[in-house]
Unconditional design. Sequence first.
Length: 249
Amino acid sequence: MPSARTVYVVLPAYNERAAIAAVLDALAQTSRRLGEPFHAIVVDDGSRDGTADLVRSRGALLPLTLVVHPENQGLGAAIRDGLLTAVELAADADVVVTMDADDTHAPTAIASMIVMIDGGCDVVIASRYRPGAASVGVPAARRLLSFAASLLFRLLFPTPGVRDFTCGYRAYRASALRRAVALYRREFVTQEGFQCMVDILLKLRRMKLRFGEVPLVLRYDRKSGKSKMKVASTIYRTLRLVVVRRLGR
């Protein structure tokens, strides 16, 4: 019997034409294997490589909603508009997933995330710091920075069930996400860059939600182009965010 629940998958995309077809194909396969209907929400953040046209051409694979930013606004805006679209479409019993559109996040982890949501978690993170996790093709310097960030946030913002504060591959209970949007309104996603994922988690942390993690196998070797993260800028903005949140703002 088909599931009465829908899994909404938010994919922020900027010039991901080379990878996003494989991601949508994998989502469709995962949906069939799990017997759970998936609905992809692609936020094309000002791409200039035809990403939006390719997404439109894959509409027969699975239900799709395409949100197009005429100009590039950054990951924060793409995540914000993707989550707000998901909240508008989803029922309380649904699940909302955010993941990268560059084929580095395997959709197979969604199955374990759903199990944890069904077990009572409100937010489930695909974590690089759980047994069974692996990072394939990630430069050593990036792995070290990510690990240092994990230690910093676990020290300053200890949160039961959370070790990986920066990974954007997450599953949210739709009802919890709707409550967060209603609580924070326009302030729910205000950070522009990659640090937006940290800020979202710190805001959800205040709501006394139940968090969990599943191991992530990060396939950086599948990435077709250079990382869009500006490392120095992201470190600075994240540290600034830490100071602001520690001061209670």
